[in-house]
Design a protein around this ligand. Structure first.
Ligand SMILES: [Zn+2]
Length: 265
């Protein structure tokens, strides 16, 4: 016991009144080139329990860390002070920036994830996500456009927090941009890998314009399918299959129109 005490990281004062407990992580460092975060990245833990996630996120050998963890009951644990860079986003990209960890605050939301049943996010957990996020964006002056999914900034590798996460509810609380998804048609399979042409290039241009990491090649390849899926997981969650159907295109166009006419910041 005395040995582990000796190397334990120092505790710190939580940044938010919403924090229930502090459990310091060790994989931390100064933010690079930025003083304040401009993004809030939401994750799910993908682990069996919040306790296991917190234990893992605190270990040096995990090579990961996160600012906050929220368990199923809505209890908030802070692990990294907001002024420091945590290791939650990994290789990632948004609107031309690649060091997303330096520019963001990360919240891990307890959910075992797609590979382990992917249960619904309980209402009291969502209430805690909203309350904490509102406090974070207010103090750090992060606009609605800065609240993103891990799957937005790393669509080739990540699907969290996934299609069951209620972004519409967050948007009603001023968190994240949102337009109501355009209705799906059962017989609209959409374009998929192998498709080429103007329509593909146009979708690539719009996805890139919104912030995703995608080149305008006019060729629908495997990387594009993952970006389309990433967009769907967040903005058209009913069918996140990576196919470019009409509902996806219309939702994307309307999202861009709404975000460019949106005066909030
Ligand atoms: Zn994640």
């Amino acid at each position: 016991m005395s040995n582990s005490r000796k190397s334990a990281p120092r505790s710190f004062k939580p940044d938010s009144a919403r924090v229930d407990s502090v459990h310091p992580a060790v994989n931390i460092e100064p933010r690079r080139g930025v003083k304040k975060p401009s993004l809030l990245i939401l994750h799910y833990t993908g682990m069996a329990s919040a306790a296991k996630a917190i234990d893992w996120l605190a270990r040096p050998e995990s090579k990961v860390s996160c600012h906050y963890v929220i368990d199923e009951a809505g209890c908030v644990t802070q692990m990294v002070p907001e002024r420091l860079r945590a290791w939650h986003a990994g290789i990632s990209y948004w609107r031309g920036e690649t060091d997303i960890n330096s520019r963001s605050i990360g919240i891990e939301i307890q959910n075992p994830g797609h590979e382990d049943g992917y249960p619904d996010f309980p209402a009291r957990q969502m209430a805690a996500v909203i309350a904490l996020s509102q406090d974070i964006v207010k103090r750090n002056r992060i606009g609605p456009e800065g609240v993103l999914a891990h799957s937005d900034v790393a669509p080739e590798r990540k699907v969290d927090p996934g299609e069951k996460f209620n972004w519409a509810l967050l948007a009603r609380h001023g968190l994240g941009l949102w337009v109501r998804p355009s209705p799906l048609k059962a017989d609209d399979a959409g374009l998929s890998i192998g498709a080429t042409g103007e329509h593909v290039a146009n979708a690539q241009r719009l996805l890139s314009q919104y912030g995703y990491n995608i080149q305008q090649t006019g060729i629908f390849d495997a990387a594009m399918a993952k970006v389309v899926r990433g967009f769907q997981l967040h903005f058209r969650p009913k069918r996140p299959n990576g196919h470019l159907d009409r509902s996806t295109m219309l939702t994307l166009s309307r999202l861009i129109a709404a975000s460019s006419s949106d005066g909030t910041g």
